[in-house]
Design a protein around this ligand. Structure first.
Ligand SMILES: Cc1ncc(C[n+]2csc(CCOP(=O)(O)OP(=O)(O)O)c2C)c(N)n1
Ligand SMILES: [Mg+2]
Length: 395
């Protein structure tokens, strides 16, 4: 097959149509003038063959895929819907409680990104491992963690996951295989490689999943983790929640790559971009990646295109992202998209969906009550379970 040619004219035409990518089949020849125009205007070349072939994969970055509920069990679909609502309900409450200073410290919310952890966790088995980011509430909830324990941790109460001493960025649940959220971005990737290596050595068929943000992919830890995973064919899934910003730095301005998925392919593993506002697309790709890893065929990188609707952290007062962009992504709300598909194809009624949201609201209210009524850890416990020498504490 002859290689496609990309000329400067094609780039100008794509630009005039307001497109951000040119799709080609195979490996293109790019003329020097076209190369300059691509770089100057931030237009990507997307090789369709690279992305195709995997369930759920989308052709370009930021493009929506149809939310098609046909062929799925209704119970499964309603579970996905309930999980996304549970994440949204929990985090909406956290945002309010933060404003009221009931919760202090840091809280990074993932409102708008719920389809990613929901789709990923639906494809995992109970024995699998996960490591989470600083924006990890959704990942905890999607895995089935207790809302009351999480809320208590955010309140700094003794009934929390870290006995009130870790807060939002140190959530974990070993019984659910959640090896921990991590405040050091990128650090969880190498920990996940270790977990996957252990599973491989023990022959357990477990898979380890590392969630990470787009802000991680230019760090050494990212490259170390991908390289060793590929060299040793580790059963690991690298799941990028590409919400397009690291604090206020746009991913396009920070990363010299056609896509983050391409970084996976550079390390000789499949790298696929998925519509991260579609829980079913995320689920399908994850399922393929999990099956492949369990067969011993090694790692997989899934780049989920999404957007956070809040600031980097609660308490951030500036908003540097364009209003039009925020509005565009609000219209791609993953919960609304699934709700519309469920109602249109008829496996659920509006009433049924409302009952689910009501019951989630009750769960969140109960979690807040639990946290409010729990005690703070006693002073004598302050240095227990933490990295410290023996120091006597006096009141
Ligand atoms: C090693 C390290 N460098 C810098 C920081 C400060 N920091 C915290 S979150 C963040 C941005 C992370 O962006 P991204 O990975 O895209 O995740 P997102 O916040 O968008 O979910 C930075 C730079 C950190 N926690 N760790
Ligand atoms: Mg980000």
């Amino acid at each position: 097959m002859s290689r496609p040619l990309i000329t400067e004219n094609q780039v100008r035409e794509a630009l005039a149509r307001g497109e951000t990518a040119i799709h080609v089949q195979g490996d293109p020849i790019i003329t020097p003038l076209a190369a300059t125009a691509l770089t100057d205007n931030g237009i990507y070349i997307v090789k369709t063959g690279d992305h195709g072939g995997f369930a759920g994969a989308s052709e370009g970055r930021g493009e929506l895929s149809p939310v098609s509920v046909k062929g799925y069990d209704t119970k499964f679909l309603l579970e996905l819907y309930a999980t996304m609502q549970r994440i949204r309900g929990f985090e909406t409450a956290v945002g309010l409680l933060f404003k009221q200073q009931r919760i202090i410290g840091f809280a990074h919310l993932s409102i708008g990104q719920e389809a990613v952890p929901t789709g990923v966790c639906a494809a995992l088995g109970p024995e699998d491992y996960l490591t989470l980011t600083h924006r990890g509430h959704g990942q905890m909830v999607a895995r089935g963690a207790r809302l009351d324990q999480m809320m208590a941790e955010l309140y700094g109460k003794v009934t929390g996951n870290c006995k009130g001493k870790g807060g939002s960025v140190h959530l974990h649940d070993f019984q659910l295989g959640i090896l921990g959220a991590n405040g050091i971005i990128g650090a969880n990737l190498v920990i996940t490689s270790g977990a996957a290596m252990s599973a491989k050595m023990r022959g357990t068929k477990q898979v380890a999943v590392a969630f990470f943000g787009d802000g991680v992919v230019n760090q050494g830890a990212f490259h170390e983790a991908l390289n060793i995973a590929s060299v040793m064919k580790l059963p690991i899934l690298f799941v990028c929640e590409n919400n397009q910003y690291a604090v206020s730095m746009s991913e396009r301005d920070a990363t010299a790559a056609e896509s983050i998925a391409a970084r996976g392919r550079a390390y000789l593993m499949p790298g696929v971009t998925v519509d991260g506002q579609n829980a079913l697309a995320v689920y399908e790709t994850t399922k393929t990646a999990v099956e492949r890893a369990r067969r011993g065929e090694g790692p997989f990188l899934i780049e989920c295109m999404t957007y956070r609707s809040r600031g980097h952290w609660e308490g951030e007062t500036t908003e540097l992202r364009p209003e039009s962009e925020r509005k565009q992504w609000q219209e791609r709300d993953p919960i609304q998209r699934l709700a519309r598909a469920l109602i249109a194809a008829n496996p659920a009624t509006e009433d049924q969906l409302r009952r689910i949201s009501d019951s989630v609201r009750d769960e969140v209210v109960e979690a807040v009550r639990f946290a409010e009524e729990s005690a703070y850890p006693p002073l004598a416990e302050a240095l227990r379970d933490v990295w410290s020498g023996e120091i006597a504490i006096t009141q």
